[in-house]
Design a protein around this ligand. Structure first.
Ligand code: COA
Length: 354
């Protein structure tokens, strides 16, 4: 049965999310989190357009009655590295409906939308272990430009002994470690200072394009008020000798889609994906770790990371997952020393259109 491609409607979100969670069961997202992210999308600044592919003759999962969504795709500006003519592409087909032309149909629709917008280039990400998806992109003119290395720490197996002096080492330099929860309780206006640290660190960060830090309100809504944030696990380094200014941070985040998205994935009849999602309940993700450029090379990142591991252990989490740019040698060295084990990388691909 041929698929039909049509514009996305809000009622389609649950079905698209279930496909996304089946495609990437290691990073499940809840429906509430996905809805919130859509609501927070700054439509006046950033373009975003989605399409779904549905088929008749199968159990309906959303949108039009009598049809089943089997794939979806979008093109969007990248707020993190904004350029008005550069776009990110996402394209996901239910694993049970691949190799039938659904991905190609959606891709053509997205490509037409990009050309209509006079896009300069488009980027997409595929997992190193998924040769079919990388091949799909390279056969359509994409080439690899960047790698993000994912790794995972088994919290129970972590040996703290070699790092016992990490906190004392930074304390001797006048640097103490606190949490965002404690700082906000002391002074709610402290968030501005934390934001300023983010911006300074973002600007010195190695990325495909220069990082465009979000406005303060978007930072607060996305990073602090959202369901992923754990303010007690948001560690900050403060320099007492420099007027208690913030000089480093390392955060942990929740995966939002554990129990409730397992239900959504079950709807795709992919039991392996359901097990994957349920198995993620004991996992935390490392959010952002960064040290002010003037404070690098002093052991501050290591001391902060140590605190995140202690938090995970004390709260019964089994694993911490982290992502680092393949070119970020200092971060990769710290993670390797702490015992993070490599997982399949995420490969960024790019196709030039103009
Ligand atoms: C990449 C992805 C979207 C492709 O979806 P898909 O529906 O399998 O794509 P298609 O069926 O259109 O194309 C896959 C291949 O099957 C071929 N094919 C299409 N119809 C077919 C049929 N009836 N019989 C056999 N092969 C067929 C296509 O020609 C294509 O091969 P080609 O690349 O050499 O042209 C899918 O693998 C996916 O969801 N991957 C995970 C997410 C991801 O990594 N996305 C890519 C980055 S955004």
């Amino acid at each position: 049965m041929a698929a039909r491609v049509r514009p996305f409607g809000a009622a389609d979100l649950a079905a698209c999310l279930a496909i996304g969670n089946a495609v990437d069961p290691a990073h499940p997202v809840s429906l509430a989190d996905a809805r919130r992210r859509d609501e927070l999308w700054a439509t006046e600044r950033y373009h975003l357009v989605r399409f779904v592919a549905d088929v008749a003759g199968e159990a309906s999962n959303a949108g039009d009655a009598g049809r089943r969504i089997v794939g979806w795709g979008q093109i969007a500006h990248a707020p993190w590295q904004f350029h008005p003519r550069k776009y990110d592409l996402r394209l996901e087909v239910d694993p049970a409906h691949r190799q039938r032309g659904v991905g190609s149909q959606l891709f053509q629709q997205l490509l037409d939308a990009l050309l209509a917008r006079d896009a300069l280039l488009v980027r997409a990400v595929a997992t190193e272990s998924d040769a079919a998806s990388s091949g799909f992109l390279t056969r359509r003119g994409f080439r690899e430009i960047w790698r993000t290395l994912e790794s995972r720490l088994d919290v129970d197996a972590f040996d703290p002994v070699p790092f016992a002096g990490a906190a004392e080492r930074v304390e001797r330099q006048g640097v103490t470690i606190t949490t965002l929860a404690a700082e906000l309780a002391r002074d709610p206006d402290v968030l501005r200072e934390v934001y300023d640290l983010h911006v300074v660190c973002n600007r010195s960060q190695q990325e495909i394009d220069p990082v465009t830090p979000p406005p303060f309100e978007a930072f607060a809504a996305n990073e602090v008020d959202g369901p992923r944030a754990i303010l007690e696990a948001w560690f900050l380094a403060r320099d007492a000798r420099a007027g208690h200014c913030f000089v480093g941070l390392s955060t942990l985040e929740r995966l939002t889609g554990t129990a409730d998205t397992a239900k959504g994935v079950a709807d795709t009849a992919d039991t392996a994906a359901v097990e994957g999602v349920e198995g993620m309940a004991g996992v935390l993700e490392a959010g952002y770790t960064a040290v002010h450029p003037a404070y690098r090379g002093r052991g501050i990142a290591l001391a902060l990371k140590r605190r995140t591991i202690a938090y995970a252990r004390d709260h019964g989490y089994r694993f911490i997952e982290t992502n680092s740019n393949a070119g970020n040698e200092p971060m990769l060295r710290i993670n390797a020393a702490l015992g993070f084990q490599p997982r399949p990388a995420r490969i960024s691909f790019e196709r030039r259109l103009a």
